[in-house]
Write a protein that binds this ligand. Structure first.
Ligand code: C2O
Ligand code: CU
Ligand code: CU
Length: 506
């Protein structure tokens, strides 16, 4: 008697427990299924292409008596009408969103008079530029609210599509996402003489791609659940234009693609998968054009491509899902997403363009065989080589003029990339193999999928400055802000690293 009563109570308890566990499993499983199926985004076929793509104006400049080209950049808050009649609070340079295109030639001295009219400190970094560390605009050159900063340097690198953006320690993602970014085009005589499309805004188009999310009239930069990668927006803009189209009148059109998103990786191609020619990477032109159908750009990377148009057609620059990556990573890091980015509308009759040259430029990249030493960098969200960024610590000291081979490895937690200030490096090897065409040009930022390893040849041409560090970091900006960054100084042979200050400017 006693025994059976006890047993049936136990049974009842078990049944209740069982159903609680069952309900929990359904709720958790259902919640997960909901997260999973809701995590991929596609705007393919859904974009209206109803707004003409803005082309950032070329920045005005004056040339002083000593031949310095002087630009003015004002960081300011404002409002931008992304959608007709709706005003969105944004930040920009000399305007309410993004900034003008700075343009200068190799050999020129430039000075940029930066004024920060925002109500918080920021900085302006010249991404891809070879310049003295004190002019680099990283976290040590913060410009306080209301303050000015006048960096100057001499341009000494090949023609390239570079860019500028803020780099304040811990707040880079926010400052870039609010709209602070612009292009900096470097010209040189050799590239100028090549038969490449080169009329800015006509057959040579800046294409600054960013993903955005709107919350009413405001921009929403929130990170969604499970998105360790950072902010991922549900739609894209080009040069701050939603639903963009651009009319073109030439047979060959050059697109200077810049991934100015804070976390999203794009795999660009055309909707009919036509082949295009890659002519340049982050830091300049390739030795020869490379035909391809897709080019992947992680945050901060650039590609210059030339596409052939047919009279009267409309073709769409699209971003396709990643080709590689594990299912989880792809789903929650944007790898399954696709976007219709920009529609190109060809005129009924097109001006003919000269045939693309078969040879472009001679490479100026360092060679692995000249390396005097190696270094190793392991990338994890928790830090590079196990260390989080410390403004007061110099992580690496390199000798001016020396070539080194750096081995960069993704530590296996998630996709990252690796950006080095001041230099353009050569990818020597990627996952043990010689680099593919898209990695053969000058690079300053390199996508690093889970588990990947790259060897890069880097040369530090100086000038030496033991007290002012340059940065290397993951350009997924939320990762950078969290401390996935390190500092290096360039010194004369035998010199010791100094002690970098705390926050400069305040
Ligand atoms: Cu584009 Cu350290 O930056
Ligand atoms: Cu940079
Ligand atoms: Cu990262």
């Amino acid at each position: 008697m006693e025994k059976t009563r006890g047993r049936s109570r136990l049974k009842r308890v078990l049944i209740v427990l069982g159903s609680v566990v069952g309900v929990l499993a359904v709720v958790i499983g259902g919640g997960f299924a909901w997260l999973w199926t809701g995590a991929d985004i596609s705007t393919v076929g859904k974009v209206s292409f109803s707004q003409e793509m803005k082309v950032p104006p070329l920045a005005e400049s004056t040339v002083t008596k000593d031949g310095t080209r002087v630009f003015d950049l004002r960081m300011q808050a404002g409002e931008t009408e992304f959608k007709a009649g709706k005003k969105t609070p944004t930040w920009g340079f000399n305007g309410s969103y993004l900034g003008p295109t700075l343009r200068a030639a190799r050999g020129e001295k430039v000075e940029v008079r930066v004024e920060n009219t925002l109500d918080e400190a920021s900085s302006v970094h010249w991404h891809g530029m070879h310049l003295p560390a004190a002019m680099d605009g990283g976290p040590h050159q913060e410009v306080a609210a209301g303050a000015r900063w006048n960096p100057y340097w001499k341009i000494d690198q090949p023609a390239a599509t570079l860019w500028y953006h803020p780099h304040p320690h811990g707040a880079t993602e926010q400052h870039v996402a609010r709209g602070l970014a612009g292009m900096f085009l470097v010209d040189d005589a050799k590239s100028g003489a090549l038969a490449l499309p080169k009329t800015y805004g006509v057959d040579d188009l800046p294409v600054i791609v960013q993903d955005v999310e709107f919350d009413g009239n405001k921009l929403d930069h929130g990170h969604k659940i499970l998105r360790n990668t950072g902010f991922l927006g549900g739609r894209t803009m080009v040069n701050g234009t939603l639903d963009p189209y651009k009319e073109v009148g030439d047979r060959l059109v050059r697109l200077r693609l810049l991934n100015a998103s804070t976390a999203r990786i794009y795999t660009f191609g055309f909707d009919d998968s036509r082949e295009f020619s890659l002519v340049g990477t982050d830091g300049g032109l390739l030795e020869r054009p490379a035909g391809m159908k897709r080019v992947q750009l992680s945050p901060g990377e650039r590609a210059e491509i030339v596409v052939e148009m047919r009279a009267g057609e409309r073709t769409v620059l699209r971003s396709y899902p990643w080709e590689k990556g594990d299912a989880w990573e792809k789903r929650f890091s944007g790898g399954d997403d696709s976007f219709d980015v920009l529609q190109l509308r060809a005129a009924k009759t097109l001006r003919d363009s000269p045939t693309l040259p078969q040879r472009l430029v001679e490479s100026e990249l360092p060679e692995a065989k000249d390396a005097v030493r190696g270094r190793y960098f392991e990338l994890k969200l928790s830090g590079i080589n196990g260390k989080k960024m410390d403004m007061g610590r110099v992580d690496e000291t390199v000798t001016q003029g020396a070539t080194e081979v750096w081995t960069v490895r993704n530590g296996g937690d998630m996709t990252h990339n690796f950006h080095v200030h001041d230099v353009q490096f050569r990818v020597v090897e990627f996952d043990g193999k010689p680099p593919g065409a898209a990695l053969r040009g000058p690079k300053d930022t390199l996508a690093m999928p889970i588990g990947s390893t790259a060897k890069i040849a880097v040369r530090f041409d100086g000038p030496a400055d033991p007290d002012h560090p340059y940065m290397y970091h993951c350009h997924l900006l939320a990762h950078e802000d969290e401390g996935m960054m390190g500092q290096f100084v360039v010194v004369e042979k035998g010199q010791q690293a100094g002690t970098p200050g705390g926050h400069g400017g305040h």
